[in-house]
Design a protein around this ligand. Structure first.
Ligand SMILES: Cc1ncc(COP(=O)(O)O)c(C=O)c1O
Length: 471
């Protein structure tokens, strides 16, 4: 039963504020009180992920609250969100429908063991997600992060082949400049040396194709005309290592984290052909591209290429709860599940928080918003305006390339004093000018919420331009 007078507390800056004491009071959402804290918390203990901790603690960039397309800092200054948080929040921030669904869920059923037990919403959600998938890719395995989704997909591939008597398929193929998360499997797949070099060599075996960011496609909107032949790297790897030893090829349909690298025309189709020909599974890591970012529900539809496994995360809950998933083909699922004797676990994998009730509730509320507000269609419609704005930065001498597809784009700036130094300074300047954009190295990864209006896009591009001109 829903507990009417459960009290929630938010700890902010050393003070404790009651948020609401029962659902009837929720509509007020005392956001102004939440941010009205005076004392700064100690920065001694939080070791921040993927951050320059020493610089951050000297010059913190903190958010206190968020609403719609805006973040607010501790002084109440508005900061436009040009990266949808971390590609997580296309429907805009602090959506009441999601907050209420999570509150209600936690009040009714806070936790269900994910092994041997479940709850209705996990099945309801899997049916809804399956509806976005290509035909037959409709078995949904829930996890809690993109990294977990990637490692789960790797295990599915290994397990599938082993059951079919092809246990020799232990190798993976991915790409330079790929990002597949930070668990050991995903690190092996990733094509970013800094993510790997500190952690030794005990990683799953992965060989990397070349990336598709080639000079011939500079300043190309959408898919490049050049570079489909880069897919032949897979043919070379197959010839060199033996196709029969390769379990799966992992690619992000559009490589997001390293600056929106859009595939050349025909490239993904050719990967599919080669995988099919050699019995290799094709995995699309759609952790960023899933849920409307490309203007369709998933990039598999935008590029009309069907993989065997799809990973997804981030926008699955509009960023409001940690959740991710893998969609597996019936063939993979049935092979693994039907191989086990009755009453025995079939796939020895899963997490305590797989299909957590609060995450399922958040995701169901999120998918309802996407549907009710037709946000994937809106992403498709806003794309042209967004990309036109982004590509207008081309005239700035410091800009060395721009790429874009749907509601994601990448802007490269010329390095200054070492790789990544200018990109790092740029994101700080943008923040100070009221714009949050994620940079990786010297590339800005722009991914506006789909609910942005054209005026917000204009403002975003203006700030990008002004801050770039100052270099
Ligand atoms: C394509 C891709 N895969 C995996 C991940 C890892 O996701 P997470 O940070 O949720 O573990 C990311 C994160 O950005 C990603 O972009």
């Amino acid at each position: 039963m829903f507990q009417e007078n459960l009290t929630f507390w938010l700890y902010d800056s050393g003070s404790i504020y009651p948020i609401w004491s029962n659902l009837a009071e929720v509509p007020a959402f005392e956001k102004d009180n939440v941010m009205a804290s005076s004392a700064s918390p100690s920065m001694e203990n939080h070791w921040m992920p993927f951050s320059a901790n020493r610089d951050f603690k000297q010059d913190p960039k903190m958010f206190s609250r968020a609403e719609g397309v805006w973040y607010y800092d501790r002084e109440g200054k508005k900061i436009l969100d040009g990266s949808s948080g971390l590609f997580t929040t296309p429907a805009g921030h602090s959506r009441r429908e999601i907050a209420e669904a999570v509150y209600k869920q936690l009040s009714e059923l806070d936790f269900t063991p994910s092994f041997l037990r479940s709850h209705d919403k996990s099945f309801e959600l899997s049916t809804k997600i399956a509806a976005f998938m290509p035909e037959g890719l409709d078995k949904i395995f829930f996890v809690n992060s993109g990294s977990e989704a990637v490692d789960t997909a790797m295990k599915m591939a290994l397990n599938y082949h082993r059951i079919r008597g092809q246990g020799n398929r232990q190798m993976f193929v991915s790409r330079e400049r790929a990002y597949h998360g930070v668990n050991f499997g995903g690190v092996a797949l990733s094509g970013m040396v800094n993510n790997r070099r500190a952690f030794g060599s005990a990683l799953p075996s992965a060989v990397h194709m070349r990336h598709t960011h080639i000079p011939e496609n500079k300043f190309q909107v959408g898919e490049g005309e050049h570079g489909a032949d880069l897919a032949e790297d897979l043919a070379r790897i197959i010839a060199n290592y033996g196709g029969e030893n390769i379990a799966a090829v992992f690619v992000e349909p559009i490589a997001g984290s390293t600056g929106t690298l859009v595939p050349p025309k025909g490239y993904l189709k050719r990967l599919r052909e080669l995988c099919t020909q050699h019995g290799i599974l094709l995995v699309f890591d759609e952790v960023i591209t899933g849920f409307g970012r490309t203007g369709r529900s998933f990039a598999t539809h935008s590029f009309n290429v069907k993989p065997d496994l799809i990973t997804m995360a981030k926008a699955i809950t509009n960023g409001a709860q940690p959740m991710a998933a893998v969609a597996a083909s019936r063939e993979i699922h049935d092979t693994i599940v039907n191989a086990a004797p009755e009453n025995v676990t079939e796939f020895f994998h899963g997490y305590t928080w797989s299909a957590h009730p609060a995450a399922c509730a958040a995701s169901l509320a999120t998918l309802k918003i996407y549907e009710d507000e037709r946000l994937f269609e809106r992403a498709a419609q806003m794309s042209a305006y967004f990309l036109e704005g982004l590509f207008s930065l081309k005239d700035l001498p410091v800009v060395t390339d721009i790429r874009g597809y749907g509601m994601m784009g990448g802007v490269d700036v010329a390095p200054m004093g070492g790789p990544g130094a200018r990109g790092y300074q740029w994101q700080k300047r943008m923040f100070e000018s009221g714009l949050h954009i994620k940079t990786t190295g010297d590339a800005a990864v722009v991914a506006p919420p789909f609910v942005m209006e054209t005026a917000h896009i204009d403002q975003m591009i203006d700030i990008m331009r002004t801050t770039l001109k100052a270099f």
